[in-house]
Design a protein around this ligand. Structure first.
Ligand code: PLP
Length: 395
């Protein structure tokens, strides 16, 4: 008898993948330029030139070590470069001992959850949330509590959050800039979150950890600053990834940062090493650790995403859609024109518009439009969006 749980997870592909597969089929039938595929969060801008140069230089260097195993936590010199960069940018006091290199945000999160959470514990997430959280939290036998967003600005609904907290709450996960809403939690939201967690940790007599999921930290618009959460709440673990900022999702590289201020931080770091071991990660990709050391503060051309955001937001609001104005990431969250977002996304398919229903993100009634696409796709898709609206107008 094989694992029923894993069989269930593996045999049912995610709605995002299903819609993407439908798009591939349609592209073969009608031509790629006739299908407006907004399903996947794959960065559409190339990795910066510095990444290519770093890879070539490293391969040319002749160093045998470049393909070798590193320490489980990552190469110490790489971790030092990351720590110094975070200190410079966010006024932190990290050393290499506070950084654990991982295979991207998914690994950072899954490792952190394994390290902190026991079976029977509870983990709170804020809708809309990245659907894989459920898989990781339930994977350790814990319960996932979903709290709805504050409408219309998609900040945290603190009354709902208070109701979700309990002595069993071990951790809370925040993702800002958010996939799929594009919203950045304000400094006021983060301060209030920190105050609530501090108060509740004291009341329950055990720390509630805050896990921040930050693959989009660098992708923000209009000069907005994303609060660096460790500065507000002591028991914060930062889960970062270079998948989006450097357009390297297939290379699997990121880190977990654990400040000294975290309750029993040395034990937490040891548990992180243990979790990575249990999960069989061994170490993060060696070549890409070194690439990161050379490109630590680089990003792709974020302006391309901003142009897409502006075009899409303006086009859709003019066409009559209600959208949440994205402040970061590369997603627009749009109110479906009927209550059932799955039915709405099915109707959109008729016009070869591929939109992801918000249900799996814990936000029924909305669809996600991933605008990490060519600008031309957005321009060309507008007539299809307008035709879709017309379906809902009284005849
Ligand atoms: N968290 C969020 C909110 C994401 O959107 C993604 C990927 O799209 C991940 C985590 C996983 O990122 P990675 O590719 O770095 O594992």
């Amino acid at each position: 008898m094989i694992s029923e749980k894993c069989y269930q997870l593996g045999s049912r592909s995610s709605i995002i993948r299903e819609i993407f597969a439908f798009g591939q089929k349609r592209k073969a039938e009608v031509g790629a330029d006739k299908v407006y595929d907004f399903s996947l969060g794959n960065p559409s801008i190339p990795a910066p030139e510095s990444v290519k140069r770093a890879i070539l230089d490293l391969l040319d260097s002749g160093e045998e070590e470049i393909h070798a195993y590193t320490a489980a936590s990552g190469d110490a010199s790489v971790r030092r470069v990351i720590a110094q960069s975070l200190n410079r940018r966010f006024g932190e006091e990290f050393t290499e001992n506070n950084i654990f290199m991982t295979c991207g945000a998914a690994a950072s999160l899954n490792i952190s959850i394994h390290a902190l959470v026991n079976a029977g514990d509870e983990v709170i997430v804020f809708a809309p949330f990245f659907p894989e959280y459920r898989c990781w939290v339930e994977g350790v036998g814990a319960k996932l509590w979903v709290t709805p967003p504050r409408i219309p600005d998609f900040q945290i609904d603190f009354e709902a959050f208070q109701r979700a907290l309990s002595p069993k709450t071990k951790a809370v996960i925040v993702n800002s800039p958010n996939n799929p809403s594009g919203v950045v939690y304000s400094e006021e939201t983060i301060r209030r979150l920190a105050d609530t967690l501090r108060r509740k940790s004291e009341e329950y007599g055990s720390p509630i950890y805050l896990i921040t999921d930050e693959p989009y930290r660098e992708i923000v618009y209009d000069g907005l600053k994303v609060p660096f959460v460790t500065r507000y709440y002591e028991n914060t673990l930062v889960c970062y990834s270079y998948s989006k900022s450097l357009s390297l999702p297939g290379e699997r590289i990121g880190y977990i940062a654990v400040p000294e201020r975290v309750h029993e931080s040395a034990r937490v770091m040891a548990a992180i090493a243990g979790a990575a071991r249990v999960l069989g990660y061994v170490c993060a990709p060696s070549l890409f650790q070194q690439v990161i050391a050379r490109c630590v503060e680089d990003t792709g051309d974020i302006n391309a995403y901003k142009r897409n955001r502006d075009l899409l937001y303006q086009g859709l609001t003019e066409a009559g859609y209600t959208c949440v104005m994205p402040q970061g990431a590369f997603y627009l969250f749009v109110k479906a024109l009927e209550e059932d977002a799955c039915a709405f996304s099915e109707k959109a398919k008729k016009y070869d518009l591929l939109l992801v229903p918000g249900d799996d993100f814990g936000c029924p009634g909305y669809v996600r439009v991933a605008y990490c696409v060519a600008e031309k796709t957005i321009v060309d898709s507008m007539p299809a969006f307008r035709k879709l609206v017309r379906e809902y107008l009284p005849s």
